[in-house]
Design a protein around this ligand. Structure first.
Ligand code: FES
Ligand code: FES
Length: 153
């Protein structure tokens, strides 16, 4: 394994100090590449804060070693469509914002697979993403807003 594809750019691992293959993807993103939008909450694949897209699937970067993403397309919150992020801004769908990147990534995976989800489906897709501030209802509204704008774009 010598390169990783992140947000459409190829990164040579040699330039990042040749990290061991079992290095957590989250550590490479945050410490190696300074892509600090992906947050660490639980560090145990239980809160959703660190999620990124791997070949379009929302996965926990805290529980994903580098060897598992070889040859795959990784997208972090920094690489998501501006329209989705703007919907969160428009709905003011955050308080502290700690959960936001994971919520955005889960929403992006949902909308790519299902462009016009209903509220129940959005809630199901975000299940497992914890928000300690209780902003869930605003977040669901933001995802529905993004879907609606996409339909009319
Ligand atoms: S930090 Fe990865 S799921 Fe909580
Ligand atoms: S906005 Fe604070 S954890 Fe969700």
């Amino acid at each position: 394994m010598s390169t990783l594809n992140i947000n459409g750019s190829v990164h040579a691992l040699a330039a990042l100090g040749d990290p061991p293959a079992n290095t957590r993807l989250l550590d490479l993103l945050r410490d190696g590449l300074r892509l600090v939008g992906s947050r660490e909450g639980c560090g145990a694949n239980a809160c959703g804060a660190c999620h990124v897209l791997v070949d379009g699937r929302s996965v926990a970067a805290c529980d994903t070693p580098l060897w598992a993403v070889q040859g795959k397309a990784i997208t972090t919150v920094e690489g998501l469509p501006a329209r989705l992020r703007q919907a969160f801004v428009d709905e003011q769908a955050a308080q502290c914002g700690y959960c936001s990147s994971g919520m955005l990534v889960a929403a992006a995976a949902l909308l790519a697979a299902e462009p016009d989800p209903d509220e129940a489906r959005v809630r199901q897709a975000l299940d497992g993403h914890l928000c300690r501030c209780g902003a869930h209802n605003l977040i669901v509204r933001a995802v529905l807003r993004a879907a609606a704008h996409r339909a009319t774009a």
